[in-house]
Write a protein that binds this ligand. Structure first.
Ligand code: NDP
Ligand code: GDR
Length: 357
């Protein structure tokens, strides 16, 4: 019998990779998508099936983590063997502007799912994965950060995710649920949201190369992140739910890189290497050959409280799950820049041909 999985946040970066991965493994996949005034299923276009087809292997349901009645109904209809809770207001800076909504979706949302499992008597049948985050470590002073490093969240997003982390463990201990946390460090890909720093940089580099943009404005260039490839992290999420016992695991590469270095590599990849000069808000990156300023600092992207340095210790995932990252961050930058060059080149060609009609 094929297993059934329910993915919340299926229209996001990780949801798209996980849906593909589970379909390849023979799963029947259900996903929750939000109502939107425009199409928001672009990332899963390739795997989306016409609902008129007989026995579609991927089915989408309208829903929202802020709506308990709708969650109960979807769980009742789908009776999943595995739930992957990937839905979240996932932007750290945006969480400072929408703290209450972020708490509602990112903290109470997982609680609603767990309670729905209890109400529907799914606590034995269904396994639960919570997308926890390295942002929980925040201002932690211990490096590298492992499952035993104390948390010190630094944003409304991270505080909401802290609640989600603990409520997952509480339901495991109180009701015997197979409920686990994956404490994932930053993972990126060509499907990454355009406002996260990696994708913002690779899109800008591509646009500058194609003559569509002059300059890129960024915030804190000193921040350091442990960046891996999203495709590999969803494999880790699946492995976590295949274990006999539920548990919590760090998913990370064990290597950290600054935003500045990421910028340097992206511009190298478009053939316009840059050098940095100046300090703080005066810092700029100039093209080595032309002297043109390609990157400037804009304080509007600074956060009220910042997470300076994240570096994960994936030893437990390696030893217990047999999970390891494969893609080095340098190759990740290359892949993202290439993908954005192709996508933007096609967009530019399409709009110039529209113009010539
Ligand atoms: P994205 O922002 O790309 O995707 C988030 C998904 O959640 C989207 O499908 C979005 O829908 C959906 N969503 C947002 N709010 C709600 C809501 N109220 N109800 C239902 N769905 C909602 O995130 P990622 O794919 O990058 O991340 C997946 C999860 O992993 C998130 O929970 C994130 O916090 C967490 N995480 C991510 C890391 C990373 O580096 N990527 C690292 C650690 C944790 P829509 O498409 O309509 O916006
Ligand atoms: P993060 O990712 O906050 O780590 O959360 P993001 O890419 O937004 O920021 C990383 C670092 O880059 C600095 N930065 C900028 N960030 C953005 N977005 N835009 C800028 O212009 C910019 N300039 C510098 C930030 O200050 C920060 O230090 C991501 C999300 O996917 C979360 O959901 C997830 O939980 C964590 O990763 C792990």
């Amino acid at each position: 019998m094929a297993k059934t999985a329910l993915i919340t946040g299926i229209t996001g970066q990780d949801g798209a990779y996980l849906a593909r991965y589970l379909l390849e493994k023979g799963y029947i996949v259900h996903g929750i998508k939000r109502r939107s005034s425009s199409f928001n299923t672009g990332r899963i276009e390739g795997i989306y099936q016409d609902p008129h087809e007989a026995d579609p292997r991927l089915t989408l349901h309208y829903g929202d983590l802020t709506d308990a009645t709708n969650i109960i109904r979807i769980l009742q209809e789908t009776q999943p063997d595995e739930i992957y809770n990937l839905a979240a207001q996932s932007h750290v800076q945006v969480s400072f502007e929408t703290p209450e909504y972020t708490a509602n979706s990112d903290a109470i949302g997982p609680l609603r799912l767990l309670e729905a499992m209890r109400i529907l008597d799914l606590t034995r049948k269904t396994r639960f994965f919570q997308a926890s985050t390295s942002e929980l470590y925040g201002k932690a002073c211990e490096f590298p950060q492992s499952e035993t490093t104390p948390f010190y969240p630094r944003s409304p997003y991270a505080v909401a995710k802290l609640y989600a982390y603990w409520i997952t463990i509480n339901y495991r201990e109180a009701y015997g649920l197979h409920a686990s946390n994956g404490i994932a460090f930053n993972h990126e890909s060509p499907l990454r949201g355009e406002t996260f720093v990696t994708r913002k940089i690779t899109r800008a580099a591509a646009a500058i190369k194609l003559g569509l943009q002059d300059k890129l404005y960024l915030g804190n260039l000193d921040a350091k992140r442990d960046w891996g490839h999203a495709r590999e992290y969803v494999r880790g999420m699946h492995l976590i739910l295949q274990q006999d016992e539920p548990d919590d695991y760090v998913l990370a590469t064990g290597k950290t890189t600054s935003v500045r270095e990421f910028v340097r590599w992206a511009f190298e990849d478009i053939g316009r290497p840059v050098e940095f000069s100046g300090e703080g808000v005066e810092e700029v990156a100039r093209c080595l050959s032309s002297g043109e300023v390609l990157v400037e600092v804009d304080p509007r992207y600074f956060r009220p409280t910042e997470v300076d340095l994240l570096l994960g210790d994936p030893t437990k995932a390696r030893e217990k799950l047999g999970w390891e990252h494969e893609t080095d961050v340098r190759d990740l930058v290359r892949e993202m820049v290439q993908a954005d060059l192709v996508a933007m080149g096609e967009e530019a060609a399409a709009s110039s041909s529209i113009g010539s009609v």
